[in-house]
Write a protein that binds this ligand. Structure first.
Ligand code: UDP
Length: 330
């Protein structure tokens, strides 16, 4: 039987690599694409020997060509952590806008269904809590986070336009804070930051007063939600995340206990426009996908901590393994 062919962009990244694993498991032929700026081939090297897996080093902000048929496209290429998109703001805007345009064009050409990775960041610093899909958000377009938030908002707009005007089959997932194995220790996000600090014996850095909240979803739950959404017939945006909300201060305490750390917490200034609260309303995903998260934070954190502990010790002290310089000079 001819396998379904799926193109996954951002395939060497945290979420992209887990999606590659899932679609290989579901017996798809997987075409993986990444420009390797924030991604790492180590995340997918176990797939290289498989005949149904191929990898293309390419920046989707440039024209994307794929030969042969395509059934599905998952657009997951983008820097996704605040420190990354602050380092490469223009590239972040380009991959969300031009990159999405190229992939929608490819979907139209191949008659493929496309799912794009949107984000809870499109709600900005929300005035509605928890966030439901019909909330339009509160984003500062000219603040430092605007490069990511507005690129993703544009992505949703152009995706809906391709659906409406070209009848492309589109899906939009709004992803809330997700964690798990293959996150980069040095990507600046709160979970790898805290675990890295604990493993190095450093104090945990809380930004602001620590009373801001996030709701963390374990990666396996997220991937299941995305898989179901892709195969569903729903075209509007769908929140996928874990509604179990926690303050960053309490989260630091959980990590301290988990890692048996003797360190204290230190307070640093809150980054500009850092959202004060975030929690997904997942009633839509429950209704249309029969989906809800299954893995508790306690379980998920244990698995993630084991992963970080298993990495070579030198990773803990690498400031940056990603070659932003090379990219910026291009
Ligand atoms: N944060 C923190 N210490 C850190 C890194 C992050 O207190 O070392 C805070 C950050 O200010 C934010 C929350 O943790 O309020 C989540 O940050 P992250 O960068 O993980 O994701 P996002 O802000 O995009 O949700």
């Amino acid at each position: 039987m001819i396998k379904k062919r799926i193109l996954i962009t951002g395939a060497a990244g945290f979420l992209g690599s887990h999606l590659c694993d899932r679609f290989i498991k579901e017996d798809f032929e997987v075409l993986a694409m990444d420009n390797l700026i924030t991604g790492d081939l180590k995340n997918i090297e176990h797939l290289f020997r498989l005949p149904q897996f191929s990898f293309y080093e390419h920046d989707v902000s440039n024209f994307v060509h794929v030969s042969g048929k395509l059934d599905y496209i998952l657009h997951f290429a983008s820097p996704a952590s605040p420190i990354d998109y602050l380092k490469i703001p223009i590239q972040t805007l380009k991959v969300g806008s031009l990159g999405t345009h190229h992939l929608l064009g490819l979907a139209k050409d191949k008659n493929a269904r496309i799912l794009v990775a949107s984000t809870s960041e499109i709600y900005g610093d929300p005035h509605v809590h928890p966030q439901k899909e019909d909330y339009w958000g509160n984003v500062n377009p000219v603040g430092p986070r605007g490069v990511y938030d507005e690129a993703k908002r544009f992505q949703e707009a152009i995706t809906m336009a391709y659906h409406t005007y070209h009848q492309v089959e589109t899906r939009i997932v709004r992803i809330f804070n997700t964690y798990g194995p293959r996150m980069r220790l040095n990507d600046g996000r709160v979970l790898p930051a805290f675990i890295g600090q604990a493993l190095r014996g450093e104090d945990l850095t809380i930004f602001g007063d620590g009373l801001q909240t996030r709701s963390f979803c374990f990666v396996d739950d997220l991937i299941e939600g995305i898989y179901r959404l892709l195969l569903s017939d729903y075209t509007g945006p769908v929140n996928i995340g874990n509604p179990d909300e926690i303050t960053i201060k309490d989260f630091a305490e959980e990590i301290t206990k988990l890692t048996n750390s003797k360190q204290k917490v230190v307070y640093k200034p809150l980054p500009t426009d850092d959202p004060t609260q975030r929690q997904p309303d997942i009633s839509l995903a429950k209704k249309i996908l029969g989906w809800e998260p299954k893995i508790s934070r306690a379980e998920g954190l244990k698995i993630t901590y084991e992963y970080f502990k298993s990495l070579p010790k030198e990773n803990l002290y690498k400031k940056e393994h990603n070659d932003f310089e090379r990219y910026i000079k291009k």
